[in-house]
Design a protein around this ligand. Structure first.
Ligand SMILES: [Mg+2]
Ligand SMILES: [Zn+2]
Length: 188
């Protein structure tokens, strides 16, 4: 144990266009649609004892486009469809706020690690844009980019790990351990 081929003990997912189909500045829980395959990946992670979290930029709050209550309602719907999550972080700030949590800053990764009692190197971040994997790198976590059609080519080029799907991202991280591996002497 203790090398980079060991699957991470927690995976932190971006929300929009990673776990759920992006609806820009969505404040309506009824519009939440999981990305195909997300539920199966999360189920396999939980079965393997890997903890799952969400880290999400929600600058629509700072921009006055959606309320914190609306974001909370959408997040609750995400948890209802894809949870439970062991940690769920969102940043309400805009780029001008220069906060420590808005990705690519590492604040939400650090906060999630604190909540989970893990070190950043034990954690992976999966997201669809450069800011997601940059936040991982800034925190000292592993990052995997799962681009969409609107991800910028330079962000794909610059990413250390690029996957075509969430399932492939898990394979790039070493493969989700089988539930049978989680007996006594496994992950404490
Ligand atoms: Mg995203
Ligand atoms: Zn913030």
């Amino acid at each position: 144990m203790g090398n980079e081929t060991v699957f991470p003990r927690a995976v932190l997912f971006d929300r929009d266009d990673t776990l759920v189909v992006d609806v820009p500045y969505n404040g309506d829980p009824d519009l939440v649609r999981p990305v195909p395959g997300a539920g199966q990946v999360l189920q396999a992670l939980r079965a393997a004892g890997v903890r799952c979290g969400v880290i999400s930029n929600q600058s629509g709050i700072a921009r006055g486009l959606i309320s914190a209550e609306q974001v909370a309602a959408v997040n609750a719907r995400v948890s209802e469809l894809l949870g439970p999550f062991d940690t769920f972080q969102f940043c309400p700030h805009g780029p001008e706020d220069r906060c420590r949590c808005r990705k690519p800053a590492p604040g939400m990764v650090h906060r999630a690690c604190e909540e989970l009692g893990l070190e950043p190197w034990e954690v992976a971040v999966v997201g669809d844009i450069g800011a997601d994997v940059a936040a991982a790198k800034a925190a000292g976590a592993r990052g995997v980019l799962v681009p969409t059609a609107v991800t910028r080519p330079e962000e794909v080029r610059d990413a250390d790990l690029v996957a075509g799907s969430l399932a492939e991202a898990m394979r790039l991280l070493g493969g989700i351990p089988a539930p049978a591996d989680q007996g006594a002497g496994g992950r404490a």
